[in-house]
Write a protein that binds this ligand. Structure first.
Ligand SMILES: Cc1cc2nc3c(=O)[nH]c(=O)nc-3n(C[C@H](O)[C@H](O)[C@H](O)COP(=O)(O)OP(=O)(O)OC[C@H]3O[C@@H](n4cnc5c(N)ncnc54)[C@H](O)[C@@H]3O)c2cc1C
Length: 380
């Protein structure tokens, strides 16, 4: 649903690729994901479908930023949880090893990761530090001969229950410098517990991870990740990705609402014929078009290599705010059926809550924009 024709900016071959992904996720993912979402279960067979179409490595695909963004939006349009799996895997795990890893780390992990034959986790947030994690990391790395000893706790870590390794952000005990360490999940002292009963992104398995003096070889440190600025560079790009997820959520909202309003009859007429229903549809379409245009400008900035944190923060906060507003309109438009996941709208409604909070909360991203506008930091 692209009223302004943003996807028409793609070259013919890229447009084909987008249509291939749309067909795949609409046919093989959208309806199939509902049961997994209800059961809070990871859908290995659905992920295998995504792997078959190269979506484990979309981060390294030779393509425009616009195509990559639209692909992420199409996946979110079908299922937001799975788009989080694909997005975090690509932006924060594949991307991080590709950008900051050693030659040996890249050779060992990238082929398996991009085929979805291995999973990693990006582990920054801690139980006591979320929004203030930049200055708040408590996890530590202590050098002991040819090894590092990693201790601490991480919270909310996506794919953390089953990933082959986690990229743990920790402070060097000697220098106090922040760094990233690849910690395999089968090492003694590593444990991960699933966070149960989430209201959204129920397919994404989030974990509390504890690290009790876990020993890793010195070679497991990522040579390129040497301070919080490295994490921030990645987070800037992944915030923009959440903007695309929000676009996908609004596409899903419009799809679901148009279909429902076209079929459901009250007072002897289809809902679609009522003026107030058409107003809701117009508002959702307006929110979607606004964000799609904004995200295409963000993609252009990424293409030029001049995306700034304020751009990513504005895109993330604005798109998730409008996705949340659209999902509320959509949920109401479906009446009682809007609260049942079988009708899909309730699933979008709940998933959008997480987009609003993760990758820097709505409030913190707004404060980043506020700081750029006023020159005054309201949060540090
Ligand atoms: C489903 C899910 C998946 C996630 N996946 C990952 C992952 O894979 N890896 C990872 O490292 N992290 C992950 N996160 C963590 C996520 O990034 C944090 O939840 C987020 O940064 C907020 O931190 P917090 O939950 O500790 O909230 P808090 O920081 O405790 O914030 C609570 C509230 O206070 C507000 N607040 C805080 N400080 C200020 C201030 N100065 N001014 C105004 N308001 C303020 C916040 O906006 C929020 O509304 C995930 C989170 C969720 C929910």
């Amino acid at each position: 649903m692209d009223l302004l024709g943003v996807a028409q900016q793609l070259r013919a071959q890229e447009h084909e690729r987008l249509l291939e992904v749309r067909e795949l996720v609409q046919d093989k993912i959208r309806r199939q994901s509902i049961d997994y979402w209800n059961r809070e279960e990871f859908p290995e067979d659905l992920v295998a479908q995504l792997a078959g179409h190269g979506l484990g490595g979309v981060q390294l695909e030779e393509c425009s930023h616009l195509l990559r963004g639209l692909i992420h939006a199409e996946i979110a349009r079908a299922d937001i949880s799975l788009s989080s799996v694909v997005g975090i895997h690509n932006e924060l795990v594949v991307g991080m090893i590709h950008e900051f890893g050693s030659a040996q780390q890249k050779a060992q992990w990238l082929p398996k990761l991009t085929a979805f034959e291995a999973f990693g986790a990006f582990a920054l947030t801690e139980p006591e530090h979320g929004s203030d994690i930049a200055g708040g990391v408590q996890s530590t790395a202590r050098r002991d001969g040819d090894e590092y000893v990693i201790s601490g706790a991480k919270r909310w870590i996506g794919m953390g229950t089953f990933s082959d390794f986690a990229l743990i952000w920790a402070k060097d005990e000697d220098s106090g410098d922040l760094g990233a360490y690849l910690v395999e999940s089968d090492r003694p002292g590593y444990s991960a517990t699933k966070i149960e009963h989430k209201i959204g992104l129920r397919i994404m398995q989030n974990a509390d991870i504890t690290l009790d003096q876990v020993r890793i070889p010195v070679a497991n440190k990522l040579p390129g990740a040497t301070c919080f600025a490295s994490a921030n560079g990645l987070l800037m790009q992944s915030r923009a990705w959440v903007g695309w997820q929000a676009v996908g959520a609004m596409m899903a909202t419009l799809d679901i609402c148009l279909s429902y309003a076209g079929k459901r009859q009250q007072f002897g007429q289809r809902l679609a014929s009522f003026q107030l229903i058409q107003q809701s549809l117009a508002e959702i379409a307006g929110n979607l078009s606004l964000c799609l245009s904004m995200m295409s400008d963000i993609a252009r900035k990424q293409e030029r290599g001049d995306l700034q944190m304020v751009d990513a923060a504005m895109a993330k906060s604005t798109a998730t705010r409008l996705a949340r507003e659209s999902a509320a309109l959509g949920r109401a438009l479906l009446g009682g059926n809007g609260v049942v996941s079988d009708f899909e709208m309730a699933k979008v409604f709940c998933d959008v809550e997480i987009l609003h909070t993760y990758e820097g909360t709505y409030e913190i991203n707004s404060l980043i924009v506020g700081r750029a506008l006023t020159g005054i930091s309201a949060f540090v």
